[in-house]
Design a binder for this molecule. Structure first.
Ligand SMILES: C[S@@+](CC[C@H](N)C(=O)[O-])C[C@H]1O[C@@H](n2cnc3c(N)ncnc32)[C@H](O)[C@@H]1O
Ligand code: SF4
Ligand code: SF4
Length: 482
Protein backbone atom coordinates (compact mmCIF):
# COMPACT_ATOMS: atom_id res chain seq x y z
CA UNK A 1 0.00 0.00 0.00
CA UNK A 2 1.54 3.29 -1.08
CA UNK A 3 -0.20 5.43 1.55
CA UNK A 4 -0.75 3.90 4.94
CA UNK A 5 -3.77 5.24 6.82
CA UNK A 6 -3.39 5.45 10.58
CA UNK A 7 -6.25 7.62 11.83
CA UNK A 8 -9.60 8.99 10.79
CA UNK A 9 -12.24 11.39 12.00
CA UNK A 10 -15.72 9.93 11.80
CA UNK A 11 -18.68 12.28 11.97
CA UNK A 12 -21.16 9.70 13.16
CA UNK A 13 -24.13 12.06 12.87
CA UNK A 14 -25.02 15.55 11.69
CA UNK A 15 -27.68 15.76 14.36
CA UNK A 16 -26.88 18.17 17.16
CA UNK A 17 -28.43 19.59 20.29
CA UNK A 18 -26.73 23.01 19.97
CA UNK A 19 -26.57 25.75 17.32
CA UNK A 20 -23.10 27.22 17.73
CA UNK A 21 -22.54 30.47 15.87
CA UNK A 22 -19.38 29.38 14.11
CA UNK A 23 -20.61 26.01 12.96
CA UNK A 24 -22.45 24.87 9.88
CA UNK A 25 -22.43 21.24 10.92
CA UNK A 26 -25.67 20.85 12.72
CA UNK A 27 -29.20 19.70 12.06
CA UNK A 28 -31.52 19.32 15.01
CA UNK A 29 -32.31 15.78 13.89
CA UNK A 30 -30.10 13.17 12.30
CA UNK A 31 -30.42 13.09 8.52
CA UNK A 32 -32.40 10.20 7.02
CA UNK A 33 -29.44 8.88 5.04
CA UNK A 34 -27.21 8.56 8.12
CA UNK A 35 -25.49 5.16 8.35
CA UNK A 36 -27.58 2.81 10.46
CA UNK A 37 -26.05 0.68 13.22
CA UNK A 38 -25.49 -2.37 11.01
CA UNK A 39 -23.73 -0.24 8.38
CA UNK A 40 -21.67 1.48 11.09
CA UNK A 41 -20.55 -1.86 12.54
CA UNK A 42 -19.66 -3.10 9.08
CA UNK A 43 -17.62 0.06 8.58
CA UNK A 44 -15.76 -0.68 11.82
CA UNK A 45 -14.87 -4.12 10.40
CA UNK A 46 -13.34 -2.31 7.45
CA UNK A 47 -11.51 0.17 9.70
CA UNK A 48 -10.00 -2.79 11.56
CA UNK A 49 -9.14 -4.50 8.29
CA UNK A 50 -7.31 -1.35 7.17
CA UNK A 51 -5.35 -1.53 10.44
CA UNK A 52 -6.11 1.98 11.64
CA UNK A 53 -4.58 2.95 14.97
CA UNK A 54 -7.21 5.44 16.05
CA UNK A 55 -10.59 6.92 15.26
CA UNK A 56 -11.98 10.21 16.57
CA UNK A 57 -15.74 10.28 16.78
CA UNK A 58 -17.23 13.68 16.05
CA UNK A 59 -20.30 15.16 14.41
CA UNK A 60 -22.73 17.01 14.73
CA UNK A 61 -22.86 15.94 18.31
CA UNK A 62 -21.70 12.32 18.62
CA UNK A 63 -23.52 11.78 21.90
CA UNK A 64 -26.88 12.41 20.20
CA UNK A 65 -26.44 9.15 18.30
CA UNK A 66 -28.16 6.43 20.30
CA UNK A 67 -25.61 3.72 19.56
CA UNK A 68 -22.50 5.88 20.24
CA UNK A 69 -21.49 3.67 23.16
CA UNK A 70 -21.69 0.48 21.09
CA UNK A 71 -19.57 2.09 18.37
CA UNK A 72 -16.90 2.99 20.92
CA UNK A 73 -16.99 -0.54 22.33
CA UNK A 74 -16.83 -2.15 18.91
CA UNK A 75 -13.75 -0.08 18.01
CA UNK A 76 -11.84 -0.57 21.23
CA UNK A 77 -12.72 -4.29 21.45
CA UNK A 78 -10.97 -4.65 18.11
CA UNK A 79 -7.89 -2.74 19.24
CA UNK A 80 -8.63 0.63 17.63
CA UNK A 81 -8.13 3.58 19.99
CA UNK A 82 -11.19 5.81 20.13
CA UNK A 83 -11.36 9.51 21.02
CA UNK A 84 -14.41 11.72 20.95
CA UNK A 85 -15.02 15.45 20.42
CA UNK A 86 -18.19 16.56 22.16
CA UNK A 87 -19.96 19.75 23.14
CA UNK A 88 -20.28 18.23 26.61
CA UNK A 89 -23.99 19.03 26.93
CA UNK A 90 -25.08 15.44 27.57
CA UNK A 91 -22.34 14.09 29.82
CA UNK A 92 -24.04 12.41 32.72
CA UNK A 93 -22.76 9.86 35.22
CA UNK A 94 -24.20 7.12 33.06
CA UNK A 95 -22.52 8.45 29.89
CA UNK A 96 -19.16 8.68 31.68
CA UNK A 97 -19.52 5.14 33.02
CA UNK A 98 -20.22 3.82 29.52
CA UNK A 99 -17.20 5.70 28.20
CA UNK A 100 -15.06 4.24 30.94
CA UNK A 101 -16.39 0.71 30.47
CA UNK A 102 -15.83 0.88 26.74
CA UNK A 103 -12.26 2.14 27.15
CA UNK A 104 -12.52 5.47 25.38
CA UNK A 105 -9.05 7.06 25.13
CA UNK A 106 -9.63 10.81 25.45
CA UNK A 107 -12.78 12.88 25.48
CA UNK A 108 -12.21 16.33 24.01
CA UNK A 109 -14.70 18.93 25.15
CA UNK A 110 -15.17 22.13 23.19
CA UNK A 111 -14.73 25.31 25.20
CA UNK A 112 -15.03 28.55 23.30
CA UNK A 113 -14.61 31.16 26.00
CA UNK A 114 -15.25 32.19 29.53
CA UNK A 115 -18.78 31.43 30.75
CA UNK A 116 -20.41 34.48 29.19
CA UNK A 117 -18.74 34.19 25.77
CA UNK A 118 -18.97 30.39 25.59
CA UNK A 119 -22.70 30.54 26.34
CA UNK A 120 -23.17 33.35 23.82
CA UNK A 121 -21.42 31.34 21.06
CA UNK A 122 -23.01 28.00 22.00
CA UNK A 123 -26.09 28.05 24.22
CA UNK A 124 -26.99 29.55 27.58
CA UNK A 125 -26.20 27.02 30.26
CA UNK A 126 -23.66 25.12 28.18
CA UNK A 127 -20.65 26.37 30.17
CA UNK A 128 -22.10 24.94 33.38
CA UNK A 129 -22.71 21.70 31.50
CA UNK A 130 -19.09 21.36 30.35
CA UNK A 131 -17.80 22.21 33.81
CA UNK A 132 -20.05 19.55 35.29
CA UNK A 133 -19.19 17.12 32.44
CA UNK A 134 -15.45 17.49 33.00
CA UNK A 135 -15.93 16.84 36.72
CA UNK A 136 -17.92 13.67 36.01
CA UNK A 137 -15.38 12.40 33.48
CA UNK A 138 -12.53 13.05 35.90
CA UNK A 139 -14.36 11.12 38.62
CA UNK A 140 -14.29 8.15 36.25
CA UNK A 141 -10.56 8.79 35.58
CA UNK A 142 -11.21 9.40 31.90
CA UNK A 143 -8.61 11.47 30.01
CA UNK A 144 -10.11 14.86 29.25
CA UNK A 145 -8.86 17.32 26.67
CA UNK A 146 -10.25 20.69 25.68
CA UNK A 147 -10.63 22.20 22.22
CA UNK A 148 -10.94 25.91 21.67
CA UNK A 149 -11.89 27.27 18.28
CA UNK A 150 -10.30 30.68 18.11
CA UNK A 151 -12.07 33.72 16.73
CA UNK A 152 -12.20 37.46 17.33
CA UNK A 153 -14.71 36.72 20.05
CA UNK A 154 -12.37 34.75 22.25
CA UNK A 155 -8.74 35.33 21.30
CA UNK A 156 -8.35 37.92 24.07
CA UNK A 157 -9.77 35.44 26.54
CA UNK A 158 -7.02 32.84 26.11
CA UNK A 159 -5.40 33.61 29.51
CA UNK A 160 -8.76 33.34 31.30
CA UNK A 161 -9.73 30.12 29.48
CA UNK A 162 -6.33 28.71 30.42
CA UNK A 163 -6.89 29.53 34.12
CA UNK A 164 -10.35 27.96 33.97
CA UNK A 165 -9.04 24.76 32.37
CA UNK A 166 -6.24 24.50 34.92
CA UNK A 167 -8.85 25.01 37.67
CA UNK A 168 -10.91 22.19 36.13
CA UNK A 169 -7.76 20.02 36.08
CA UNK A 170 -7.70 19.59 32.28
CA UNK A 171 -4.21 18.57 31.20
CA UNK A 172 -4.41 18.81 27.40
CA UNK A 173 -5.69 21.71 25.32
CA UNK A 174 -5.96 21.95 21.55
CA UNK A 175 -6.46 25.32 19.91
CA UNK A 176 -7.59 25.72 16.31
CA UNK A 177 -8.72 28.54 14.05
CA UNK A 178 -12.35 29.22 13.34
CA UNK A 179 -12.66 28.96 9.58
CA UNK A 180 -15.47 29.73 7.20
CA UNK A 181 -17.60 26.65 6.81
CA UNK A 182 -20.39 25.79 4.46
CA UNK A 183 -23.77 27.21 5.46
CA UNK A 184 -22.34 29.90 7.74
CA UNK A 185 -22.79 33.47 6.63
CA UNK A 186 -21.78 35.18 9.80
CA UNK A 187 -18.14 34.13 9.79
CA UNK A 188 -16.66 37.35 8.43
CA UNK A 189 -17.04 39.24 11.66
CA UNK A 190 -15.34 36.72 13.85
CA UNK A 191 -12.49 35.26 11.74
CA UNK A 192 -9.04 36.10 13.01
CA UNK A 193 -6.54 38.17 11.05
CA UNK A 194 -3.32 36.48 9.86
CA UNK A 195 -1.23 38.53 12.33
CA UNK A 196 -3.17 36.99 15.23
CA UNK A 197 -1.18 33.80 14.59
CA UNK A 198 1.84 35.51 16.14
CA UNK A 199 0.12 36.14 19.47
CA UNK A 200 -1.43 32.64 19.45
CA UNK A 201 1.97 31.01 19.02
CA UNK A 202 3.45 33.30 21.68
CA UNK A 203 0.66 32.31 24.03
CA UNK A 204 1.14 28.59 23.32
CA UNK A 205 4.87 28.88 23.81
CA UNK A 206 4.56 30.70 27.13
CA UNK A 207 1.83 28.37 28.37
CA UNK A 208 3.90 25.29 27.68
CA UNK A 209 6.89 26.92 29.37
CA UNK A 210 4.75 27.41 32.50
CA UNK A 211 3.99 23.68 32.36
CA UNK A 212 0.57 23.75 34.04
CA UNK A 213 -1.37 22.61 30.97
CA UNK A 214 -0.08 21.21 27.67
CA UNK A 215 -1.41 23.34 24.84
CA UNK A 216 -1.14 22.20 21.28
CA UNK A 217 -1.82 24.37 18.24
CA UNK A 218 -3.53 22.12 15.68
CA UNK A 219 -2.53 21.68 12.06
CA UNK A 220 -4.05 24.96 10.94
CA UNK A 221 -1.64 27.00 13.09
CA UNK A 222 2.02 27.27 12.12
CA UNK A 223 4.58 26.95 10.64
CA UNK A 224 8.31 26.55 11.28
CA UNK A 225 8.85 29.24 13.88
CA UNK A 226 11.22 28.45 16.71
CA UNK A 227 8.39 29.02 19.13
CA UNK A 228 6.12 26.62 17.32
CA UNK A 229 8.83 23.97 17.32
CA UNK A 230 9.20 24.29 21.05
CA UNK A 231 5.46 24.58 21.55
CA UNK A 232 3.94 21.42 20.22
CA UNK A 233 4.06 18.95 23.09
CA UNK A 234 3.08 16.02 20.94
CA UNK A 235 6.25 16.47 18.93
CA UNK A 236 8.36 17.87 21.74
CA UNK A 237 11.80 16.31 22.05
CA UNK A 238 11.38 14.06 19.06
CA UNK A 239 13.89 15.46 16.62
CA UNK A 240 12.59 13.43 13.71
CA UNK A 241 9.09 14.75 14.00
CA UNK A 242 9.75 18.26 15.10
CA UNK A 243 8.81 19.87 11.85
CA UNK A 244 5.36 20.00 10.31
CA UNK A 245 5.68 17.86 7.25
CA UNK A 246 2.51 18.50 5.39
CA UNK A 247 -1.17 17.84 5.84
CA UNK A 248 -1.93 14.16 6.45
CA UNK A 249 -5.28 14.12 4.61
CA UNK A 250 -5.34 11.31 2.07
CA UNK A 251 -1.78 10.38 3.09
CA UNK A 252 -2.18 8.96 6.60
CA UNK A 253 -5.68 10.06 7.53
CA UNK A 254 -9.15 10.55 6.16
CA UNK A 255 -12.65 11.54 7.19
CA UNK A 256 -15.95 9.68 7.21
CA UNK A 257 -19.14 11.70 6.94
CA UNK A 258 -22.45 10.75 8.59
CA UNK A 259 -23.69 8.92 5.47
CA UNK A 260 -20.52 6.95 4.74
CA UNK A 261 -19.01 9.44 2.31
CA UNK A 262 -15.21 9.27 2.46
CA UNK A 263 -13.21 12.48 2.30
CA UNK A 264 -9.53 13.30 2.79
CA UNK A 265 -10.43 15.72 5.57
CA UNK A 266 -13.84 16.49 7.07
CA UNK A 267 -13.35 20.19 6.31
CA UNK A 268 -13.49 19.34 2.60
CA UNK A 269 -17.00 18.05 2.12
CA UNK A 270 -18.10 19.49 -1.23
CA UNK A 271 -19.14 16.97 -3.84
CA UNK A 272 -15.82 17.27 -5.68
CA UNK A 273 -13.89 16.19 -2.55
CA UNK A 274 -16.00 13.11 -1.83
CA UNK A 275 -13.85 10.15 -2.84
CA UNK A 276 -16.55 7.51 -2.59
CA UNK A 277 -19.18 6.07 -0.30
CA UNK A 278 -18.87 2.90 1.71
CA UNK A 279 -22.37 1.89 0.61
CA UNK A 280 -20.93 1.50 -2.87
CA UNK A 281 -17.28 0.50 -2.38
CA UNK A 282 -15.15 -0.83 0.42
CA UNK A 283 -13.05 1.52 2.46
CA UNK A 284 -9.86 -0.18 1.27
CA UNK A 285 -10.96 0.07 -2.32
CA UNK A 286 -11.56 3.81 -1.99
CA UNK A 287 -8.32 4.40 -0.07
CA UNK A 288 -6.13 2.42 -2.44
CA UNK A 289 -7.65 3.84 -5.63
CA UNK A 290 -4.88 5.72 -7.42
CA UNK A 291 -7.41 8.18 -8.75
CA UNK A 292 -8.53 9.31 -5.33
CA UNK A 293 -7.37 12.00 -2.92
CA UNK A 294 -5.42 13.49 -5.82
CA UNK A 295 -5.98 17.07 -4.62
CA UNK A 296 -3.67 16.12 -1.73
CA UNK A 297 -1.58 13.25 -3.07
CA UNK A 298 -0.55 15.23 -6.12
CA UNK A 299 0.10 18.48 -4.28
CA UNK A 300 3.53 19.96 -4.87
CA UNK A 301 5.17 23.22 -4.00
CA UNK A 302 5.29 24.47 -7.57
CA UNK A 303 1.48 24.46 -7.70
CA UNK A 304 1.23 26.91 -4.80
CA UNK A 305 0.99 30.64 -5.35
CA UNK A 306 2.38 33.64 -3.48
CA UNK A 307 5.03 33.21 -0.83
CA UNK A 308 4.22 29.48 -0.40
CA UNK A 309 5.39 28.86 -3.98
CA UNK A 310 8.89 30.18 -3.20
CA UNK A 311 9.15 29.38 0.50
CA UNK A 312 12.21 27.45 1.61
CA UNK A 313 9.96 25.11 3.60
CA UNK A 314 7.51 24.73 0.71
CA UNK A 315 8.41 21.21 -0.41
CA UNK A 316 7.98 19.86 3.10
CA UNK A 317 5.12 22.09 4.19
CA UNK A 318 3.09 22.23 0.96
CA UNK A 319 1.40 25.41 2.14
CA UNK A 320 0.24 24.21 5.54
CA UNK A 321 -3.44 23.45 6.02
CA UNK A 322 -5.12 23.18 2.60
CA UNK A 323 -8.51 24.13 4.05
CA UNK A 324 -7.17 27.52 5.15
CA UNK A 325 -6.02 28.20 1.61
CA UNK A 326 -9.28 26.92 0.17
CA UNK A 327 -11.49 28.87 2.54
CA UNK A 328 -9.61 32.11 1.90
CA UNK A 329 -9.17 32.04 -1.85
CA UNK A 330 -11.52 29.29 -2.97
CA UNK A 331 -8.56 27.30 -4.24
CA UNK A 332 -6.24 24.86 -2.53
CA UNK A 333 -3.40 26.37 -4.57
CA UNK A 334 -3.65 29.78 -2.92
CA UNK A 335 -1.03 30.97 -0.45
CA UNK A 336 -1.42 30.44 3.26
CA UNK A 337 -1.57 33.91 4.74
CA UNK A 338 -2.22 32.44 8.21
CA UNK A 339 1.37 31.26 8.55
CA UNK A 340 4.06 32.85 10.65
CA UNK A 341 6.69 32.28 7.93
CA UNK A 342 4.43 33.88 5.35
CA UNK A 343 3.82 36.87 7.60
CA UNK A 344 7.58 37.16 8.29
CA UNK A 345 8.46 36.98 4.61
CA UNK A 346 5.94 39.68 3.73
CA UNK A 347 7.15 41.95 6.54
CA UNK A 348 10.76 41.53 5.47
CA UNK A 349 9.85 42.30 1.87
CA UNK A 350 8.09 45.50 2.98
CA UNK A 351 11.16 46.49 4.98
CA UNK A 352 13.63 45.98 2.16
CA UNK A 353 11.32 47.62 -0.38
CA UNK A 354 12.19 50.85 1.44
CA UNK A 355 15.92 50.30 0.88
CA UNK A 356 17.51 51.73 -2.25
CA UNK A 357 21.23 51.45 -1.56
CA UNK A 358 22.39 48.46 -3.62
CA UNK A 359 25.75 48.23 -1.77
CA UNK A 360 23.94 47.97 1.54
CA UNK A 361 21.50 45.40 0.16
CA UNK A 362 24.34 43.36 -1.32
CA UNK A 363 26.20 43.41 2.01
CA UNK A 364 23.01 42.31 3.81
CA UNK A 365 22.58 39.46 1.30
CA UNK A 366 26.20 38.35 1.89
CA UNK A 367 25.54 38.40 5.59
CA UNK A 368 22.36 36.33 5.14
CA UNK A 369 24.39 33.83 3.10
CA UNK A 370 26.95 33.64 5.88
CA UNK A 371 24.15 32.99 8.39
CA UNK A 372 22.57 30.42 6.07
CA UNK A 373 19.37 32.48 6.04
CA UNK A 374 18.58 31.67 2.42
CA UNK A 375 15.01 32.96 2.50
CA UNK A 376 16.17 36.46 3.36
CA UNK A 377 19.16 36.14 1.06
CA UNK A 378 16.84 35.40 -1.86
CA UNK A 379 14.57 38.32 -1.02
CA UNK A 380 17.52 40.70 -0.67
CA UNK A 381 18.99 39.66 -4.00
CA UNK A 382 15.58 40.00 -5.64
CA UNK A 383 15.36 43.54 -4.24
CA UNK A 384 18.87 44.25 -5.54
CA UNK A 385 17.83 43.07 -8.99
CA UNK A 386 14.73 45.28 -8.90
CA UNK A 387 17.01 48.28 -8.43
CA UNK A 388 19.85 47.21 -10.67
CA UNK A 389 19.43 44.77 -13.52
CA UNK A 390 22.88 43.55 -12.65
CA UNK A 391 25.55 42.28 -14.97
CA UNK A 392 27.67 41.14 -12.04
CA UNK A 393 28.05 37.37 -12.12
CA UNK A 394 28.33 37.18 -8.32
CA UNK A 395 24.86 38.69 -7.85
CA UNK A 396 23.31 36.09 -10.16
CA UNK A 397 25.40 33.33 -8.59
CA UNK A 398 24.04 34.36 -5.19
CA UNK A 399 20.50 34.38 -6.51
CA UNK A 400 21.03 30.94 -8.04
CA UNK A 401 22.42 29.61 -4.77
CA UNK A 402 19.67 31.10 -2.56
CA UNK A 403 16.94 29.86 -4.91
CA UNK A 404 18.55 26.42 -4.88
CA UNK A 405 18.68 26.33 -1.10
CA UNK A 406 15.01 27.32 -0.97
CA UNK A 407 14.12 24.45 -3.25
CA UNK A 408 13.25 26.72 -6.21
CA UNK A 409 15.24 24.73 -8.74
CA UNK A 410 13.97 26.16 -12.01
CA UNK A 411 14.55 29.71 -10.71
CA UNK A 412 18.01 28.61 -9.60
CA UNK A 413 18.74 27.17 -13.03
CA UNK A 414 17.81 30.45 -14.72
CA UNK A 415 19.87 32.56 -12.33
CA UNK A 416 22.96 30.34 -12.65
CA UNK A 417 22.70 30.48 -16.45
CA UNK A 418 22.67 34.30 -16.16
CA UNK A 419 25.77 34.14 -13.94
CA UNK A 420 27.53 31.90 -16.46
CA UNK A 421 26.53 34.14 -19.37
CA UNK A 422 28.39 36.93 -17.63
CA UNK A 423 31.31 34.81 -16.45
CA UNK A 424 31.57 31.36 -17.97
CA UNK A 425 34.37 30.47 -15.51
CA UNK A 426 32.19 30.87 -12.44
CA UNK A 427 32.73 27.38 -11.00
CA UNK A 428 30.24 27.82 -8.16
CA UNK A 429 27.49 28.90 -10.55
CA UNK A 430 28.25 25.89 -12.74
CA UNK A 431 28.10 23.46 -9.83
CA UNK A 432 24.86 24.98 -8.58
CA UNK A 433 23.42 24.88 -12.10
CA UNK A 434 24.31 21.19 -12.35
CA UNK A 435 22.60 20.43 -9.04
CA UNK A 436 19.53 22.53 -9.92
CA UNK A 437 19.19 20.62 -13.17
CA UNK A 438 19.66 17.31 -11.36
CA UNK A 439 17.01 18.17 -8.78
CA UNK A 440 14.49 18.88 -11.51
CA UNK A 441 14.77 15.26 -12.59
CA UNK A 442 17.25 15.78 -15.44
CA UNK A 443 19.76 13.65 -13.59
CA UNK A 444 22.10 12.63 -16.40
CA UNK A 445 22.34 16.18 -17.71
CA UNK A 446 23.07 17.46 -14.19
CA UNK A 447 25.73 14.83 -13.54
CA UNK A 448 27.44 15.46 -16.85
CA UNK A 449 27.72 19.14 -16.05
CA UNK A 450 29.04 18.39 -12.59
CA UNK A 451 31.55 15.95 -14.11
CA UNK A 452 32.92 18.80 -16.26
CA UNK A 453 33.74 20.75 -13.10
CA UNK A 454 35.11 17.63 -11.38
CA UNK A 455 37.44 17.04 -14.33
CA UNK A 456 39.26 20.30 -13.66
CA UNK A 457 40.04 18.99 -10.19
CA UNK A 458 37.45 20.81 -8.08
CA UNK A 459 37.32 18.58 -4.98
CA UNK A 460 33.85 19.78 -3.96
CA UNK A 461 32.48 18.85 -7.39
CA UNK A 462 34.21 15.45 -7.18
CA UNK A 463 32.60 14.82 -3.77
CA UNK A 464 29.16 16.00 -4.90
CA UNK A 465 29.37 13.87 -8.02
CA UNK A 466 30.10 10.82 -5.88
CA UNK A 467 27.15 11.66 -3.66
CA UNK A 468 24.82 11.98 -6.63
CA UNK A 469 26.14 8.77 -8.16
CA UNK A 470 25.55 6.73 -5.05
CA UNK A 471 22.28 8.49 -4.25
CA UNK A 472 20.86 7.73 -7.64
CA UNK A 473 22.72 4.48 -8.28
CA UNK A 474 19.62 2.35 -8.18
CA UNK A 475 17.57 4.70 -10.31
CA UNK A 476 20.32 5.27 -12.85
CA UNK A 477 21.73 1.76 -13.13
CA UNK A 478 19.81 1.32 -16.33
CA UNK A 479 21.52 4.25 -18.03
CA UNK A 480 25.07 4.52 -16.71
CA UNK A 481 27.87 2.04 -16.14
CA UNK A 482 29.37 2.62 -12.73
C1 LIG B 1 -18.11 20.41 14.51
S1 LIG B 1 -17.78 20.11 16.17
C2 LIG B 1 -18.38 18.47 16.43
C3 LIG B 1 -18.19 17.96 17.81
C4 LIG B 1 -19.07 18.57 18.88
N1 LIG B 1 -20.38 18.82 18.48
C5 LIG B 1 -18.43 19.81 19.48
O1 LIG B 1 -18.99 20.89 19.40
O2 LIG B 1 -17.35 19.64 20.04
C6 LIG B 1 -16.00 19.80 16.20
C7 LIG B 1 -15.18 21.04 16.54
O3 LIG B 1 -15.31 21.96 15.47
C8 LIG B 1 -15.32 23.25 16.03
N2 LIG B 1 -15.87 24.22 15.09
C9 LIG B 1 -17.10 24.73 15.01
N3 LIG B 1 -17.19 25.66 14.04
C10 LIG B 1 -15.97 25.75 13.48
C11 LIG B 1 -15.41 26.55 12.44
N4 LIG B 1 -16.15 27.41 11.76
N5 LIG B 1 -14.12 26.39 12.15
C12 LIG B 1 -13.35 25.50 12.83
N6 LIG B 1 -13.82 24.71 13.82
C13 LIG B 1 -15.11 24.84 14.15
C14 LIG B 1 -16.13 23.08 17.27
O4 LIG B 1 -15.93 24.14 18.18
C15 LIG B 1 -15.63 21.76 17.79
O5 LIG B 1 -14.51 21.94 18.64
S1 SF4 C 1 -19.86 23.02 17.04
FE1 SF4 C 1 -20.57 21.03 17.69
S2 SF4 C 1 -22.13 21.53 19.20
FE2 SF4 C 1 -21.83 23.35 18.06
S3 SF4 C 1 -23.38 23.28 16.47
FE3 SF4 C 1 -21.49 22.44 15.63
S4 SF4 C 1 -21.67 20.28 15.91
FE4 SF4 C 1 -23.18 21.24 17.26
S1 SF4 D 1 4.81 30.28 3.65
FE1 SF4 D 1 3.51 28.58 2.94
S2 SF4 D 1 4.98 26.94 2.42
FE2 SF4 D 1 6.08 28.41 3.71
S3 SF4 D 1 5.87 27.66 5.80
FE3 SF4 D 1 4.17 29.08 5.44
S4 SF4 D 1 2.46 27.83 4.75
FE4 SF4 D 1 4.33 26.62 4.54
Amino acid sequence: MKYRPTTCVWEITEGCNLRCRSCGLFRSDALPDQLNSAEAFDLIDQIVELDLRGVTLSGGEPLTRKDWSNLVKCLTDRGVACNMITNGWSITNDVAKQMKKNLISTVFISIDGTKEVHDRIRKPGSYNRIEQGIKILKQESINVGAVTTLSKQNINLLPQIKDELIRMDVALWHVQLSLPVEFTHHHEYHLLDPEDIISILDFCHNTNKEGKIAISPTDCIGYYSNKELRTNPSTFNTIDHQLWDGCKAGIHSFGILYNGDIVGCTSFRNREYIEGNIRERTLRDIWEDNNHFLWRRNMSKDKLSGECGVCGYGSKCLGGCPYIRFSMDNTIYGENRYCIQNIGMKKFKEEIAKKNDTDEIFADAKNAEKNKDYQRMAMLIDRYLQLDDSNVAEVWRMKGFADFQNGNYSMSEEANIQALNINSNDINAKKCLALAIFRQGKEIEGMKLLAEVAQIGDQDAIDKLEELKYGSMYRRRKYLNY
